[in-house]
Design a protein around this ligand. Structure first.
Ligand code: ACO
Length: 368
């Protein structure tokens, strides 16, 4: 028997209502709308309210994704949550989401690969399905980076926004779903983008607070250079591994960090920008949530349809980068998606019913 395929059958997103525009930022730091738009493409971003957290946004996006897939939370086997703004060092934010949505039989853990985290989660989820250890997997990218941004640092505070996106992944014998993935890292560039304080290297203290080590620190120019180098390479590698090329791709969904980085990647791939999903103008860089949020909006706009091939490609702190090639599926029909437990229950109740019917029929036959 060949291994099952890992299909994406549900999707959902959740973004805070609060909008922070470039003009709002210009009142906080020395910047202006023209500079931000021309250097990044970003016009506004969403900022979590006091009652919203990485877990609450994740839970909302997850429930929407489960509804699209028509999967009950109790049927989930695994929850993988990617974030760089977890609620705590531990427990994992995935466990908080597991509790909030009632996924009573799911294992749950966090992945930390910065903005590439969702691509890592796609690969982990699909490998769990292909190995047979899980049938229904929920993967989530969720961030409240507004809580770790220094609102006095114009180099970073203009870039980031809050939000969450989630996919339901399911096993099926039908070909399609996640076709390949490439995951890469280079820890030698870790200091280019980090939150250095509060972990075991620099435990929280008055000094770390005073030095602002609990905020995002970034060497923007170097990150920019790295990003433009790796996005096209990772996309090409994931295609080559299954003998495909960009002509086979209907939509490219890149990490939404900077319009210029996205355009450089498209140029490197010789791929037209009108087949590239971009929505960073309205959300900024939501880090690991940017790819699932962009996917949900691409689906709503009819830019991604069942049978289409798409590459999701990202880069981020770590340094990390990677790409996943997906043949889009959409929700599975009832017969294809029922979980093994429900199949067993269904079969058992059918056999009880038919035994009962035979007995009733036997009673009438004997009394004829
Ligand atoms: N408003 C006005 N001026 C600014 C601002 C601002 N918000 N920020 C910086 N400047 C100034 C700088 O101080 C600099 O002035 P100087 O020359 O007097 O020193 C000047 O503008 C040019 O700065 P650069 O850094 O060269 O600007 P650049 O064109 O590189 O754009 C940017 C900066 C937007 C940060 C860009 O480098 C970038 O997008 N880098 C990638 C960042 C990124 O994507 N990070 C997220 C990675 S994903 C993850 O894992 C979270």
């Amino acid at each position: 028997m060949s291994p099952p395929f890992a299909h994406i059958t549900g999707w959902g997103m959740s973004v805070p209502e609060n909008i922070l525009t470039n003009d709002d930022l210009a009142k906080m730091v020395e910047t202006n709308d023209e500079w931000i738009v021309s250097r990044t493409g970003i016009r506004e971003r969403r900022i979590a309210g006091a009652d919203q957290t990485t877990a609450s946004l994740a839970a909302e996006a997850s429930l929407r994704a489960l509804e699209v897939a028509n999967v009950h939370p109790s049927d989930l086997d695994m929850i993988i949550l990617s974030t760089s703004s977890p609620e705590y060092i531990f427990p994992a934010t995935a466990c908080l989401v597991q509790d909030q949505i009632g996924a009573v039989k799911a294992g749950a853990f966090d992945v930390l690969a910065a903005c590439t985290g969702f691509v890592y989660a796609i690969n982990l989820g699909s490998q769990a399905i292909k190995s047979g250890s899980a049938s229904n997997v929920l993967i989530i990218g969720s961030e409240t980076l507004s809580r770790v941004v220094n609102w006095k640092d114009r180099n970073t505070c203009i870039l980031f926004g809050d939000g969450a996106g989630a996919f339901v992944m399911q096993a099926s014998d039908e070909p399609g779903g996640v076709l390949s993935a490439v995951l890469r890292s280079d820890g030698s560039g870790g200091d280019l983008l980090s939150v250095p304080g509060g972990g075991s290297a620099n435990p929280a203290s008055m000094q770390t607070l005073y030095d602002g080590l609990h905020y995002i620190q970034m060497n923007g120019r170097e990150v920019f250079r790295f990003a433009t180098r790796v996005m096209a390479d990772a996309t090409q590698q994931t295609l080559e591994s299954v003998n495909m090329d960009m002509d086979d791709i209907q939509l490219l969904i890149p990490h939404q960090a900077n319009q210029r980085i996205i355009e450089a990647a498209a140029r490197g791939l010789n791929y037209p920008m009108d087949k590239v999903m971009v929505n960073l103008d309205r959300y900024g860089n939501t880090s690991t949530a940017s790819i699932p949020i962009a996917t949900v909006e691409a689906l709503e706009q009819g830019r991604l349809n069942p049978g289409d091939n798409t590459v999701m490609v990202a880069f981020g702190g770590g340094l990390t980068w990677g790409a996943a090639l997906i043949q889009w599926s959409g929700p599975l029909s009832y017969e294809r998606k029922v979980s093994p437990r429900r199949v067993r229950l269904f079969a058992r109740s059918r056999s009880i019913f038919s035994r009962l019917r035979r007995r009733v029929e036997g009673f009438f036959w004997r009394n004829e």
